[in-house]
Ligand binder design. Structure first.
Ligand code: 5AD
Ligand code: SF4
Length: 441
């Protein structure tokens, strides 16, 4: 048998890119490639990129610059750029970095093997189409490799919300939901391969409305179908928009035992003026009322959010509204960003906040979030959680996994095996994790 070629994939950005990178690796497996962990022995390097903030895109160009030497040593080395920078910049990437052989947008991954054949013939390949066919169907998994206990599964892609700061509606396109039967087949296949927890992914996942034999399913209905899959123990989903948090989904948080008590529900800002300018189509009060309803259904749910500080024309008073909202909600986890201008988005036309001021706000907001996160985490000490064991810890006899609330938990238990769900008594709260011992209660 011919020796396999080596593919190095580096993934930037969101979990959907992680999922896409796995699918691309599988597609390239069919074209005679296996993945490698280092660039040094690679025959092909693929950067799966993120365009959400300017820094993310610029990182790609500097990373590509670093591959120049490798390409000089090995002229047969092929270099490809995938993901949202590929979609947004297309040909421009090859102009700025002529050593790039291949540029493929997120909707064209299934054509990667054909493109690889083309570049082996010395012709550059670019595909940033939004084709009609279902790329995931074309990217069907290769046979049954064993997997770890957790997996991502993309159910919906694209976004129609057009928040004024965001490139996603342009790079990932309009909202498209995958048919339910394909998702269920993929989920059963993952479970057969050892997966016990699936995180359903979508840029706007709670707007899911995938076709099924009984008409379109909502995300909650899809979750109830997944609930029936034997061997699947945990279901999560991300990322949700407040305006698509339907009643049946809120209710499922109270009634579906496989649905984990964790919800990522970005609000971006606590100021009504800024929310309006962001084109979020909800206000502070409606968000807070929504959180109340979710907590009524599932009182212990851990909430997570995204925040942008320094959005154009954000005043100190607007920023304080965001800080007050954070105080009121009490997030167990949050991601925060300084506003980054994305050319082509409506907010790019608006006057910027002074950069030093924006940086200062980011630090203040992060300090508040860190304190809040830590308080909630410390409150776990003495409580029992269910931990899905994912891997061995650094110390002998120690295993590491995730609680139902997505805390990383170190467990001192020689008997726990990867894939088990262990009942654990939390004994210590550290900076970014909890530690515990087996609980006999
Ligand atoms: N600047 C800063 N942060 C942004 N995000 C999206 N676009 C921008 C931008 N232009 C953040 C939002 C979103 C998360 C994925 O990234 O908070 O929820
Ligand atoms: Fe971007 Fe999310 Fe807004 Fe869609 S809902 S435009 S993905 S921030």
């Amino acid at each position: 048998m011919a020796e396999k070629k080596k593919l190095f994939i580096k993934t930037y950005g969101c979990q959907m890119n992680v999922y896409d990178s796995e699918r691309m690796a599988e597609a390239m497996g069919g074209a005679g490639y296996e993945t490698t962990e280092t660039v040094d022995d690679a025959d092909m390097i693929l950067l799966n990129t993120c365009h959400i903030r300017e820094k993310a895109a610029e990182k790609i160009y500097s990373e590509l610059g670093r591959f120049k030497g490798l390409k000089a040593e090995n002229p047969d080395l092929k270099i490809g750029v995938a993901g949202c920078v590929a979609q947004a910049e297309g040909q421009e990437i090859m102009r700025r970095q002529p050593m790039v052989d291949l540029v493929v947008g997120p909707q064209a991954y299934h054509r990667l093997p054909e493109m690889e054949a083309k570049i082996q013939g010395g012709v550059k390949a670019l595909d940033t189409d939004f084709p009609e066919e279902d790329k995931f169907e074309k990217l069907k998994s290769r046979p049954k490799a064993k997997r770890g206990p957790t997996a991502f599964l993309t159910v919906q892609e694209g976004c129609d919300k057009f928040c004024a700061f965001c490139v996603v509606p342009y790079t990932r396109g309009a909202e498209v939901s995958r048919p339910a039967d394909r998702i269920l087949t993929e989920a059963r296949d993952l479970v057969e391969r050892g997966v016990r927890e699936i995180t359903l992914l979508g840029q706007n996942v709670n707007a899911y409305h995938g076709a099924s034999a009984n008409g379109d399913l909502t995300l909650a209905q899809l979750i109830w179908e997944l609930d029936k899959v034997d061997g699947l123990e945990r279901i999560r989903f991300t990322t949700s928009h407040p305006n698509d948090m339907m009643d049946d989904l809120i209710e499922a948080h109270g009634t579906c035992s496989k649905l984990m008590p964790y919800l990522h529900l970005p609000v971006q800002s606590g100021s009504d003026k800024i929310l309006k300018r962001m084109n979020r189509n909800h206000d502070r009060e409606s968000y807070l009322r929504l959180i109340e309803r979710i907590r009524a259904a599932r009182p212990d749910i851990l909430l997570s959010g995204d925040f942008i500080v320094g959005f154009p024309e954000e005043t100190e008073a607007d920023f304080q509204d965001t800080m007050d909202l954070i105080e009121e909600v009490k997030y167990g986890q949050a991601y925060s960003f300084k506003y980054s201008t994305r050319p082509g988005t409506p907010a790019a036309e608006r006057p910027l906040v002074d950069d030093a001021e924006a940086t200062d706000r980011l630090y203040r907001l992060q300090a508040l979030i860190t304190r809040q996160q830590r308080e909630l985490q410390d409150a776990m000490v003495g409580r029992d959680v269910q931990v899905l064991i994912e891997k061995n810890g650094r110390q002998a006899g120690q295993m590491v996994g995730k609680s139902e609330y997505l805390h990383a938990v170190h467990v001192a238990d020689v008997n726990a095996k990867i894939g088990d769900i262990a009942r654990v008594r939390i004994v210590e709260s550290k900076t970014n994790s909890l530690s515990g011992v087996p609980s006999s209660d």
